[in-house]
Design a protein around this ligand. Sequence first.
Ligand code: ME8
Length: 512
Amino acid sequence: MSKPFYITTPIYYVNGAPHLGHAYTSTAADVLARFKRLDGYDVFFLTGTDEHGQKVESAARAAGVDPQHFTDRVSADFQDMAARMNISNDDFIRTTEPRHKRSCQAIWQRLVDAGAIYLGAYEGWYAVRDEAFYDADETSLKPDGSRVAIASGAAVEWVVEPSYFFKLSAFQDQLLAYYEANPNFIAPSAKRNEILSFVKGGLNDLSVSRTSFSWGIPVPGDDAHVMYVWLDALMNYLTACGYPDEGAARLKYWPADVHLVGKEIIRFHAVYWPAFLMAAGLPLPKKIFSHGWWTVEGEKMSKSLGNFIDVRPLVDEFGVDAVRFFLLREVPFGGDGDFSRQSLISRLNVELANDLGNLAQRTLSFIAKNAGGMVPVRGDLHEADHALLATAAALTGKLREALDRLAFHEALEDVWKLIRNANAYIDHQAPWALKKTDTARMNTVLRVLLEAIRTVGILLQPYMPGSMAALLDQMGVAADARQIAALETPMVEGAALPAPFGIFPRYIEKAA
Ligand code: ME8
């Protein structure tokens, strides 16, 4: 039986349309999900939309639509974005679904039964944009007299209302012991340090219900309260596993292997979520990985600047795989990055069209013209052949290791080393010269190249599924021979190859 692997993205707020940032997290999660499937794991990959809370309620009001219709519409837009980015999620959860209401009310009851929830009153700062409570020292006064959260810049308002509290303060030691015992639980390490010092600084109990609006999941037994949207939202990861049904088939996926999140929501995932689970006596996720933020042409994406990038027009213009590749190639995963049209075009032209596209194109069309259009027969190997084949053979292990650390960019760098080596090899071996002098040697060289390109094609499938399928089709690799394990089996000598065609055309900017 294959090993379960559970990966999630954050569920996105439906207060606005999907943009590049959402596409980024979903694409990264998708690459890992696809890689693990290809490597024989039983993967469950979850994404979805976060539809309750004050922020969504006021966005619906501003649009003049009732919240349910509003969330139906925006959630459909997120699902469309996922489809256009070729995201292979196994489920799409919406927090307004009945299964989720049931699951949230069940965990609430469990927290009450555990003595972790009590009724009180909240008096303090709240930022609707972040859906977060802030201590006074986490806010600052602006020259115009307004107050904002220091971490995010979101406006805060003073809130006084009856509220249920979760006894977060009681979990400080347990959390610290957990971080200590599981050094890879929070990554990258800078984030781990940030969370460690936050928790060491002492934890206040957390307000987990609101009474000043009604767009949320009612607190069991007290309809005047709706659950705090973050308790509701975090529970999505368990709802999708069938919680609270004990016999649910998907419970085998819990605890999650990776919750992938943006850096601004690490505290919710690495502090509040594990504390809720500890209180409920449930297992904790294995890893919370936080990635950085994209800016656009040097500017933060914001409503006031109106510079939110929708990835769909980019997909139309450059192709989905070029966009997916760019997002994971451009920025070391974990750090911040800047989107610019120019850098996308340059990656497409240099790395996809020149490096990879040319390697495949010149090898395959040479075989079509000069080697009978079939997988060439290999003779004795020279040192250079062994070297290239050894680099190819080592690649799988390197990718497994890099992707287990979510180092998507490093994995690509490793693949590109092989591509560059293969391009140098073809130049050096010059099969066009061997054609006249030694066709047996020419065939061996072509065969070694094909093996290297097949390795690239199979291992890049998670990043660029459509283009790599087209490449593997041209190499006669059967659909059931595209798993990572299939790399152990050599290609079938003499098998006929279909007519080759280019997969990554160069992008030529049209004159304005
Ligand atoms: O926070 N760069 O939803 P959200 C990179 N509903 N990634 C970005 C980004 C940017 N500029 N902007 C957004 C929420 N993201 C909650 C989550 S989870 C239980 C609830 C990505 O719609 C990144 O993954 O504000 C970030 O964490 C997420 O979108 C926030 O989406």
